[in-house]
Design a binder for this molecule. Sequence first.
Ligand code: ATP
Length: 859
Amino acid sequence: MLTLDEIREYAGVNGLVSPAAEESRKKYGANVMTPPAREPLWKQYLKNFDSPIIRILLFAVAISAIVSIAEGSGLLNTLAIIIAILLATGISFYNEYHSSREFDVLNAHRDDMAVKVVRDSNPTVVPSRDIVVGDLVLLEAGDAIPADGWLLASDGLFCDESAFTGESEPVQKEKQDNVLKGSFVTAGKGRMIAGAVGDAAEMGVIAATLGIDHATKTPLESKLETLAGLISKFGYVMAVLICSTLIIRGILTGDLTGPNLATANHLLQYFMLAVVIVVAAVPEGLPMSVALSLSLAMRKMTRANCLVRRLVACETIGSATSVCTDKTGTLTKNQMEVIEASVTGPAVPAGEPVTPAEWITLNAAVNGTAYLEEREDGRVIVIGNSTEGALLRWLRAHAIDYRMQRKKIPVVRQYLFDGKRKRMSTVVNLNGRRFLLVKGAPEILSGLCAAAPDLSGVGVLASRAMRTLAFAHREITGDDENESDLVWDGYVGIRDPLRDDIAASVARCQHAGIRVRMVTGDNPVTAQAIAREAGIIKGGTVMTGKEFRALSAEAQVTAAKSLDVMARAEPMDKFLLVQALQKTGAVVAVTGDGTNDAPALKHADVGLAMGMAGTEVAREASDIILLDDSFASIVSAVWWGRALYENIQRFLLFQLTINFCACILVFIAPLLGYPEPFTIIEILWINIIMDTLAAFALCSEAPHRGLIDHSPVPRDAPIITPFMWVSIAITGAFLVFSGLLQLGTGFLGGKTDAEIGTVFFAAFIIAAVINGFNCRAMDGKMPQFFKGNPTFFLVIAGIVLIQVIIIQFGGAIFGTVPLTPEEWVTIAVAAAVPVLVIGFLIRCAFGWYRAAKKYPAGA
Ligand code: ATP
């Protein structure tokens, strides 16, 4: 990094002019980091072989090769297993490669972070990637430091440098201290000059540690792991049973006659079948289906303006039962405008202000940290605090230039605004005399005034859903800068209209069984008026943060349950509310924008930070960033979270039906004296269908309306619902019975053993695949036919096509014989129709049952 003297000499201290910024970028580079080098692709691919399933398959390759060579029967079987291995590893490699891209999305977002900077002598906002060496950056609480640099001014500036030092306590930074990219301003304000950007910043070293947290297992993943263990055990038991049955049958039928090559061959064959049953039973597709669904949900959520930082949040947001939302920017447009004032209008003082209007004007212009930026297209943008922005716009509307005032009147000291104090003060020097200017929440300021003002006008504005802000001042004598004995100057009413879609979004949340609560720093009257407009008030209580704080921990839990609005909240109140709600068993999502919101965001089940108005500190503490700050985006996230869960259920329903049927058929057929229903290679094909292809087909189902028509599924509810068990049992029983009937009688077609077996195999696959439609519908309505999930149709059509090719042309490998077109039609109709009818009837029965018992869907 350049030293402070070098950089001063190079760039001066008044901010760069545009050509100089361009030159600096050429000389020192842009403020983007080279992404960390990834492992070569072949190494990433080889990692996929490090799984027990693949090892078993490799073992099967060896055994099959030995058997084939001993029999002299060619290596086609072996080759088929190798293809199965390549497919399984190839697909999971593709999937991992795909999801690692999410890291890039997140990093790109970091480079887009807005930074306040002085260019061409004007404060403006540029994306972090545009910061160059020599830039003069304006810092305030909540900002992330965009580059390494030196402080030119510090007004009580504290930085959280834990990413570098591991020390969580913020450190105070004085003028001329250095600051590091990747640390955060937790308090105060200041100005820095950038000395090193991009890879040259120290952050480059730790960049690799920042990214999406893939390490924590989601509750769903843990649930599925247990389930996978159970299914695998079922597979092992079945394998042992099948192997023993075959040996007994071999002895009875004379296949196993003694220690000779034929017996060894038969035994190897049985063993292979057992191995393959285990391979088929182990649901290796489960982790893949979760990864696929998560990455799909994540991508879709990003498109719906929710940037997911922690994968677990994709899933948790779907089970949220309570949302605690901010007001400004989330429910409202954050377009604050002064609508009313206690004075007729602002007035510029000639010298020392005399009238209340003059004091208010001076206060509004000087006692703040926000700026206005006039864009070339004529728009006026507020940089910084939006309440202050409204005041500056109000002055501007009355042709008053706040910058002139700021230039004219020297500021001695500033006590910045924060959500706890709910006021801000500035000490100014006016012709040798010092004055304290205070602005803030009216009822708080009134308590600091020498004579109590009349607050009835304030109450009227608040009841009209306006934010109210009061102004007061006093002359400072001696060193006493206390905010007391003030002279009341008046107040303004600021309106921030609700976002257009808010009432509908809130209603949608409520309909989906999610209780919406508003937490705001505004006074109770304003808060209540706005909450009513948004439809949040549902017979619950409106409480102030102070009242809530004063309650005992148990009383807080009771109060939280019935709370609709928390007004005059301090940031820690939000944290207390989240804690209390969680004690009631609620799954809590909370929004936050301020530096002080970090504890609540971290403690919530899902922390949602604002992408536009939020501070970097809040974003860093969050699980999901709402890129458009809108409450409506939360509803989309809930929707996708629920869709994700349901897609996994679909996949399980499909997979378990086939899995159980295949295992039971392979077990029972020899007991009844029928030939083995599937060859080893056929079972491997079935495995690919139910594990890999089904994950693709069913995990990309788009969310449907029904998902937000029911209450959240409790987090500890088993993922396999009673509906799914019944469905697996009935559809499975049908497949097993009709399969055995075909094997025993050939009722669907075929005369020789080979023909009967082929028809059975074709019908089994078609029926199983058609069951995919039932799984699509789950226990609700069939989704719109093509819309929402074209992948499903592609995969199903692909499977059927491959099945036809296998049977017509793959006899040498699969041991099948070609079928006639008539046979195909009979199979298709006989297999598809009953499966669809059975699925439909089960859904109807459940619909009736649910209506009778008020049993929620999805649970
Ligand atoms: P919300 O989401 O409703 O904005 P908040 O907690 O962010 O909640 P605050 O910004 O803390 O709300 O505002 C609380 C009160 O503090 C306002 O009603 C207003 O009276 C006062 N206030 C807001 N901004 C300022 C400021 N810049 N200077 C002085 N007082 C302010």
